[in-house]
Design a protein around this ligand. Sequence first.
Ligand code: BGP
Length: 478
Amino acid sequence: MDHKKLTAFPDQFLWGSASAAYQVEGAWDEDGKGLSVWDEFVRIPGKTFKGTNGDVAVDHYHRFKEDVALMAEQGLKTYRFSIAWTRIFPEGRGEVNVEGLNFYQDLVDELIKHNIEPMITLYHWDLPQTLQEEYGGWESRQIIEDFTNYAATLFEAFRGKVHYWVSLNEQNVFTSLGYMLAAHPPGVTDPKRMYAANHIANLANASVINKFHELQMPGKIGPSFAYTPNYAIDSDPKNVLAAENAEDLMAHYWMDVYLWGKYPIAAMRFLEEQGWAPTIEPGDQELLESAKPDFLGINYYQTATNAFNPLDGVGSGKMNTTGKKGSSEESGVPGMYKKVTNPFVDRTNWDWEIDPEGLRIALRRITSRYRVPVMITENGLGEYDKITAENEIHDDYRIKYLSGHVHAIKEAISDGAEVLGYCTWSFTDLLSWLNGYQKRYGFVYVDRDEDGERTMNRYKKDSFYWYQEVIKENGANS
Ligand code: BGP
């Protein structure tokens, strides 16, 4: 619908930016930190672009004061970051590693000092390697207790200081890439194991949310879901059904569980037919239904357009991790859907579709289906950036991308969606898990690449000043 006048962003709207421990911190073995599954996985030849890893990343561990000062200069209202489980419990459980916890205490205090609301992600993929080796990580129900204890330790450590918490980051991504595509640790290709691990992750997520509420923590908690809204390529009913299949299997399969504690019916039937359905034990259903997230976090980057795919049709295809436009392969789930090119939108050099309207559609769908407040925990554009001789970065393409999305949020708010905040991905440039350092997302350019650590100097891009203005006027002209 067209609005005569758009609704203003709420006064308390959290304009923010996000990162994840492994992608920014570095200091991979300092101050008692244990090894995570990513510390190991990146050393397997061929897994990451040019063998890049986060050993040093963008050295945020040692430069966090400089980074927070830049956030304050920009006017950020919130900074979303993740805690490395292995800094708190080097082996996943046991005694707290005080030095590791101190790092985050210092970071949180520094943010508060600058009036920036800290938003903590409990789990952004860097599982303690010990837990992977001891009992298979997410494939064992033991993780429910260990993850809950780890979370409870942090809740108590930051009670009253941190008011926004993200439980799991992109459970759909770490389970699919970890157990179906072998692109993330533990490098498995077995859908049955994926859906089993995913079910256990759902239980762990529910348990942590319940713990937060039992402890009467001041603040809000929710998971962050990587939501890619699905479209049909046209009105051929076969293609429309394919889009419904994709939405059920790729989105409702997680969101329905977070908000309703129930798996979607058609997707579950499909998994049962394939022999991939998870085992639901007595008590599981009650646990899932008892947990009530205070918001749904969404990471929104793109939409997906779908067409009919027969049972003997295309399966998973190679992702574009090199930045060569057009190099990603066709992919789908036989019998459900296949992803096709949307002729109405442009794509990045990594073949991600650029679709600001899709964010409004995402917010509309979530609002209608679940009636829950949404925190946009990630949105951004990964592109090549060029630094000039004067150390300027003219990233007008990023400004265009982000301003389109901010406008879409404003339209969704005008439609009636409740949006608590907007975190761009990312504040500084950082390591992309599979795409190295050349796929940049930040407002702040970091002088390093996959060939060397260079100076690590920080330079403000044009988009830095653009967002500064948006925040200052609370999106009034967006
Ligand atoms: C999300 C992750 C982030 C980040 C982002 C960009 O899926 O939560 O950690 O990496 O995507 O993705 P990429 O680095 O693959 O471009």
